[in-house]
Design a protein around this ligand. Structure first.
Ligand code: SAH
Length: 348
């Protein structure tokens, strides 16, 4: 670890000393940028495990979903995009399945971490990397997949107080970071049904996620395309704090050790669907991941994998159960399509 990496808490403390307490979103953005830039957090030896790392079935079914949608959209010229591709495992599995279905698009990754870009290059050497969705190609449709991406984007936390809603800020005392109630926010930014919430209630919003979904939907209208977003979350807006820190497969304090723990928050799928509609797209779902995978045929895929590797049959059954039952109801899938595109599979 070089000095610059080791110094994130000091840099945050200095920024707070100079400019005052910072919004949770600014703290989360800085902490996660450092966290992902400096490690591969996935897998048993890391901090958490994601669906594509549990089983190849996950990426393969997503690949088939993409190939089917592309086929029924009339087989347009099309780029395939993944947001926050982690190790590139999902992309490699999806690409294999898409190839078998006769769909061989150019692959684009939106990824900010140099460490993870290197891991992705091992699995998909011919990908094109982007820092944000802004530079994605404009020639042809874009089919975009995001698994556990939106949960990592920064959130603002708004807290109801007897004197109105306030934005939660992160202050620093000596070397300790702590949340405090900050500036007032205008009532207009709070959804009408929640405006009179009891003091102490918290609302989390992710303007960064909203702007990505809206920008993609706007492109779908012009270029054609679709987004598949899978994440843990709820149909909102809901009151309650979901910001969490994970380290070594356990929970940690989100304000301790910024940059050394994974910060994430539940995704509000209702708000993302509204952002898609505001950009002109059509939103489908959310549906529970387990139900969606079953509709896409995970049972047939598991059976065929077990037939070709009988020694792994038990593990395949366990992986399927983890994807369908274990993660299956907290995790949800939301799709957004271009208005002229057909209904995506699994969202009936
Ligand atoms: N999709 C992968 C990895 C999920 S972890 C999987 O399911 O295994 C979150 C991913 O999003 C990582 O690749 C991380 O580096 C990336 N990421 C986080 N914040 C980002 C941002 N603001 N812009 C682009 N990528 C980001």
């Amino acid at each position: 670890m070089n000095d610059d990496q080791g110094a994130l808490p000091d840099r945050l403390a200095r920024a707070i000393a100079l400019a005052g307490p910072m919004p949770v979103s600014q703290f989360m953005a800085a902490a996660n940028a450092h966290y992902y830039a400096t490690r591969d957090p996935l897998g048993a030896a890391g901090d958490f495990v994601t669906a594509p790392e549990i089983s190849q079935m996950f990426g393969e079914l997503i690949g088939l979903w993409c190939a089917d949608l592309w086929d029924r959209a009339g087989r347009p010229d099309c780029h395939w995009v993944e947001l926050g591709p982690g190790r590139g495992t999902l992309a490699a599995d999806a690409r294999r399945a898409m190839g078998k279905a006769g769909f061989d698009p150019a692959i684009h990754f939106v990824e900010t971490s140099p460490t993870l870009r290197a891991a992705q290059a091992d699995r998909v050497p011919d990908a094109t990397w982007h820092d944000s969705v802004d530079t994605l190609p404009t020639d042809g449709a874009i089919l975009v997949v995001a698994n556990e991406f939106f949960d990592a984007l920064p959130i603002r936390q708004l807290v109801a107080t007897p004197a109105g809603w306030r934005e939660r800020l992160v202050a620093c005392q000596d070397t300790l970071f702590l949340p405090i109630a900050g500036k007032g926010v205008p009532a207009e930014v709070i959804p009408v049904p929640l405006r009179d919430a009891a003091p102490g209630s918290m609302l989390e919003v992710s303007p960064a996620s909203v702007s990505v979904v809206r920008a993609l939907a706007t492109r779908f209208v012009v270029q054609g395309g679709a987004l598949l977003a899978i994440d843990y979350g709820h149909e909102g807006p809901l009151l309650g704090e979901t910001l969490q820190a994970v380290r070594g497969h356990g929970f940690a304090n989100p304000y301790d050790m910024p940059g050394e723990v994974d910060l994430s928050a539940h995704v509000d799928f209702t708000t993302l669907a509204a952002a898609a509609q505001a950009g002109g797209g059509v939103a489908w779902g959310p549906v529970e991941q387990g139900e969606w995978l079953v509709k896409l045929g995970i049972d047939a895929r598991a059976a065929s994998l077990a037939r070709s590797s009988p020694d792994r049959a038990e593990a395949i059954v366990a992986d399927r159960a983890r994807l369908v039952q274990g993660m299956g109801s907290l995790f949800k899938a939301l799709a957004v399509t271009a208005p002229a595109w057909p209904q995506p599979a699994g969202f009936a």
